[in-house]
Structure formats: structure tokens, C-alpha cells
Design a protein around this ligand. Structure first.
Ligand SMILES: C[S@@+](CC[C@H](N)C(=O)[O-])C[C@H]1O[C@@H](n2cnc3c(N)ncnc32)[C@H](O)[C@@H]1O
Length: 312
């Protein structure tokens, strides 16, 4: 009896601890719709999460990740013996595991998608266009589709990877909504942008050659309506080499916590090194201001991953 009582006491304690961990890692605001006007709260809470993140490192894997991982094919691309010798590509193999890869590799990714939904609700104007540049599997497109609550809008989702585009079409076809979505197989550097009240580049600009980034941001600004919103999420590099080393270390810890092995981490790093070229936050801000955006700021930073918001 005593042993049973002790056991149930300890399992109750474990349950309480799990609940506490879950509520710290997935605060209520992430589960609820973020209403317009709450962006300042959103920033504050995310900063709080960033500050607390190192303490939570060991807790995350056991309490939270395993449950979510069961729903999506697992990214094991760099576990295979023959993997990791070539450069990273958005091919069929990546498409198959992409949602899992994003979630386990990009700190703050899910928060960026939720914010896109909230910003769509707040900023998308009637009879305007919304763009998802480098849409992959339409996570940001679907977030905009859910957020928009004005009439006459059209979303244009663009990607130049054939495997992404064909899977994206299936995903959009399965999503029931009255808001039309055009999925375009094209290079974002060529796609016309016009009458836009919202443009999203969620972790895509970093794949463009550096000298083509200013013209890209310039074309986005030119194609936007006054008062429109531009969301730019990127991996960044810190100007202080000591902080940069620390942030890389924290990011690798993040990946370890999400069950990537040392081999996977180093192989992916080598494969993506010359494909994804990060820049500093200051460079991104200066570029957006030079392009004609009125207000530019960081709304999310989690280690070396940043999301900026700009108002035209
Ligand atoms: C990291 S993924 C973007 C993730 C996606 N935006 C999301 O929020 O889930 C980058 C995507 O950009 C696409 N891409 C890279 N360069 C591109 C270009 N020049 N034109 C169009 N798409 C591009 C890739 O094919 C890939 O699907």
C-alpha cells in the first residue's frame, strides 16, 4: 500500500512537472489566436522564452518534442552513410521530411508562422495581393489564408524547386478556403509583385546571391501599397565574432535537443555552408530602409534566427 502510494505520488509529481514544462515551453498565447494589437506582448513573451531557453534545454526533448514528432516523417537525411557529400538541395527527399526539418532546425519557426497569421489579420487590405516568396510547403501561405478577414484578396505563392511546388499544390488543394491561391513555379527574382498589402519571405532571402538581395527588396517595396506589411525571416550572423560563436553553439545545442546527432549536425552544416549565406541584422534593416520601408524592426530573435517586420 505504502509503496503504491509512493509510486502514485511520484507519478503525480512527474505529471505536474511535465505540465509545468509544457506550459513554459508552449505558452498559452501560442495556442490561441494572436489578436491584432498584441504584437508588443508577443515580442516580450518571445524575448522571455529566449532568455529562459538555455535553462529549458534538457527538458524540451523528453516533454514536448517526441509527442509532435510522431505526426510527421522524420528528417534522417544526414544519418545515411552516403548523405552529406553534396550541397543541400530542396529536392524530393527534403520535401518528404521538410516540416520536421524546419521544426527541429529553426528556433522560433512555429512562432514566425503564427505571427504571419496575426499580421495578415491586422494588415491585409481589401482587394489586394499577398505574396509568399519561397513558399516551400505553404506554411506561411496557409497562415495568411487563415488570418485574412477582408474580401477580394489573392495569395501568390512562389517557389523555384519543382518538388516543393508539386507538394505545395497538393497541400493547397486539400485546404478548404474561399481565398484563392496561385502557386507559381518561378524564381522570386523574376516574379512581378504588385498591389501587395502583405509580402512574406520566411527564410528565403538567405538563399539568394548577396548582390541580388537589394534589388529583390527594392522590387518588393515598389510593389507594395502604403501601410502594407513585409515579414522577413532569416538566419543571421552576429557582428561580434565572440557572440557569433556563442550563438552557433546554442543553435547546435538546440539541434541536439531535437535529437540530431553530431554527425547529422556537421554534415548538414557542410552541405548548406555555401548555399545559405547569412548577413547581419543591421544589413537587413539598412537594406529595407533604403528600399523605402517606413518602419523596420526585429519582432523575433531566437539565437541566430531573426524575423523582421517592415511597414511600407
Ligand atoms: C527555407 S525554405 C522556406 C520555408 C518557407 N518559407 C516556410 O515558411 O515554411 C526556402 C525555400 O525557398 C525556395 N527558394 C530558394 N531560392 C529561391 C528562388 N530564387 N526563387 C524561388 N524560390 C526559392 C526553396 O526552394 C525553398 O523551398
Amino acid at each position: 500500500m505504502l509503496r503504491l502510494a509512493r509510486l502514485s505520488h511520484s507519478s503525480a509529481r512527474q505529471q505536474a512537472r511535465k505540465t509545468a514544462i509544457l506550459s513554459v515551453n508552449r505558452p498559452i498565447y501560442l495556442k490561441n489566436e494572436v489578436k491584432s494589437g498584441n504584437i508588443v506582448d508577443y515580442i516580450a513573451i518571445l524575448l522571455l522564452i529566449c532568455m529562459r531557453a538555455p535553462i529549458q534545454q534538457m527538458q524540451w526533448t523528453t516533454a514536448n518534442t517526441k509527442q509532435q514528432e510522431t505526426h510527421m516523417p522524420r528528417d534522417e537525411i544526414y544519418t545515411q552513410q552516403n548523405a552529406g557529400t553534396g550541397t543541400f538541395e530542396f529536392n524530393e527527399a527534403v520535401v518528404d521530411v521538410f516540416p520536421d526539418m524546419l521544426r527541429r532546425s529553426i528556433p522560433g519557426y512555429e512562432a514566425s508562422i503564427r505571427a504571419i497569421r496575426a499580421l495578415a489579420r491586422q494588415y491585409v487590405q481589401p482587394d489586394s495581393h499577398c505574396y509568399d516568396l519561397g513558399c516551400s510547403l505553404a506554411a506561411a501561405t496557409l497562415a495568411m489564408r487563415q488570418g485574412i478577414d477582408v474580401s477580394g484578396c489573392r495569395i501568390i505563392a512562389i517557389d523555384n524547386a519543382p518538388a516543393m511546388v508539386s507538394r505545395c499544390k497538393q497541400i493547397i488543394a486539400a485546404d478548404k478556403s474561399d481565398i484563392p491561391v496561385d502557386i507559381v513555379a518561378d524564381d522570386v527574382r523574376c516574379t512581378p509583385i504588385d498591389n501587395a498589402s502583405m509580402v512574406v519571405m520566411n527564410y528565403t532571402l538567405q538563399f539568394l546571391p548577396i548582390d541580388e538581395r537589394q534589388p529583390m527588396i527594392g522590387r518588393i517595396a515598389e510593389g507594395m501599397r502604403p501601410g502594407g506589411v513585409f515579414v522577413l525571416s532569416e538566419k543571421v550572423v552576429d557582428e561580434d565574432p565572440g557572440i557569433e560563436a556563442l550563438l552557433i553553439d546554442l543553435h547546435h545545442n538546440f539541434k541536439r535537443r531535437h535529437a540530431y546527432s553530431e554527425l547529422e549536425i556537421s554534415r548538414k552544416r557542410e552541405a548548406i555552408e555555401n548555399v545559405l549565406v547569412p548577413e547581419s541584422v543591421a544589413t537587413h534593416k539598412a537594406r529595407m530602409l533604403a528600399a523605402g520601408f517606413q518602419h523596420v524592426g526585429v519582432w523575433l530573435r531566437y539565437f541566430n534566427f531573426v524575423s523582421l517586420v517592415a511597414i511600407r
